[in-house]
Design a protein around this ligand. Structure first.
Ligand code: XLS
Ligand code: CA
Ligand code: CA
Length: 405
């Protein structure tokens, strides 16, 4: 179970976010007895984070550069110096604990300079700031032994096509990825680069809309050997897909990488980043992950407590519920695979491709003429057979609720 459930704590939600929203102030105290915006506070967050992870047995964390130190308002050299100082401290404090980074990333969406995007900005100066932050972020990934480096295209998209050169923007995003890949490999980063698809928010339209779009993008620009998907459940539903769909698209394209484990609210059209509690969803997610041979990355709880759940106890409970929901999902997914009814149904459903003309189609030896000749010889309506969806949904319910584990 441990191997399949490499849980990670997201620095930004757990140690930084206080519940501020556009209608009201924070409700949770994340000062950890230090003055926010100082390096003392940055260190207090490291201490609190390590204590939290140790108490829960969580071995991994993920962060944006801006989550772990206050950014200097004008001088990126000073920000980088702080990043070195805090990661030295992080390494020192985690020594002997087994706790390490799962992935690192750069916040290329909060600072006002990124209002028109980072790699996709209309400004070459802004592009260079994005490059500088990615450079540092990859260096930190190497320093902390992270398995991945994430690009979430927060503002890589547009608000209106009236002011947008889409081709130039997409070419530039690819150029940034290429530079990151080349630099990473040069300095010894052997892990995966990840794209985290999301269709919208904050932009009206984001270029990494969903897994299929991101994979097509990577292939177009020849980046598919170094990049994989970091699939977030909430982003999947925002794109009008299920979490399972996005994982399946990644798996069949050999692009499964890591997961941001959360859930959205289907009645709301935005990214609520809730802790996962839906066992049906985690079962189907773990089903995809197990069938794909496991994750190279892990399960990062990119999730935050609801604004009124504002105590430290609520933070612990949320992680415990999230971990239990995935653990039960893993058990049930393994049971579904062992049960075998779904697999054997699917195999049987496509059996016509195992022999005769079907086999020839699969092997690429059939032609349009040979298929047409096959159809002409049938002289009967072709019957693909029942899809038996209700039966299969019953199988899932049966494995979820009727058997003991
Ligand atoms: C925002 C994203 C973000 C990424 C990392 O919606 O989920 O937090 O995971 O930049
Ligand atoms: Ca995420
Ligand atoms: Ca999110």
């Amino acid at each position: 179970m441990e191997e399949n459930l490499r849980f990670a704590m997201a620095w930004w939600h757990n140690l930084c976010a206080t519940g501020v929203d556009m209608f009201g102030a924070g409700t949770a105290d994340k000062t950890f007895h230090a003055e926010p915006g100082t390096m003392e506070h940055a260190k207090a967050k490291v201490d609190a984070g390590i204590e939290f992870m140790q108490k829960l047995g969580i071995k991994y964390y993920c962060f944006h550069d801006a989550d772990i130190v206050p950014e200097d308002p004008v001088d990126i050299n000073e920000t980088n110096r702080r990043l070195e100082e805090i990661t030295d401290y992080l390494l020192e404090q985690t020594k002997g604990t087994g706790i390490k980074a799962l992935w690192t990333t750069a916040n290329m969406f909060s600072n006002p300079r990124f209002m028109n995007g980072a790699g996709s900005s209309n400004s070459a100066d802004v592009f260079c700031f994005a490059a500088a932050q990615a450079k540092k972020g990859i260096e930190l990934a190497v320093k902390l032994g992270a398995q991945g480096y994430v690009f979430w295209g927060g503002r890589e998209g547009y608000e209106t096509l009236l002011n947008t050169d889409m081709k130039l923007e997409q070419d530039n995003v690819a150029q940034l990825f290429r530079m990151a890949r080349d630099y990473g490999r040069k300095i010894g980063f052997t892990g995966d680069f990840y794209i985290e698809p999301k269709p919208k928010e904050p932009m009206k339209h984001q270029y990494d809309f969903d897994a299929a779009t991101a994979i097509g993008f990577l292939r177009k620009y020849g980046l598919d050997k170094d990049f994989r998907m970091n699939i977030e459940a909430n982003h999947a539903t925002l794109a009008g897909h299920t979490f399972q769909h996005e994982l399946r698209v990644s798996a069949v394209n050999d692009m499964m990488g890591s997961v941001d484990a959360n859930q959205g609210d289907l009645l709301l059209g935005w990214d609520t980043d809730q802790f996962p509690s839906n066992v049906y969803d985690t079962t189907m997610a773990m089903y995809e992950i197990l069938k794909a041979g496991g994750l190279r990355g892990g399960l990062n709880f990119d999730a935050k407590n609801r604004r009124p759940s504002n105590t430290p106890e609520d933070m612990f409970v949320a992680f415990i519920v999230g971990m239990d929901t995935f653990a039960l999902g893993l058990i049930k997914a393994a049971a579904l695979i062992e049960d075998g009814r779904i697999d054997s149904f699917v195999k049987e459903r496509y059996a016509s491709y195992e022999t005769g003309i079907g086999k020839e189609i699969r092997e690429g030896t059939a032609t349009l003429e040979s298929c047409a000749a096959h159809a002409a010889a049938l002289k009967a309506p072709a019957d693909p057979g029942s899809g038996q969806q209700e039966y299969l949904e019953g199988v899932v319910n049966n494995v979820l609720f009727a058997s003991s584990c």
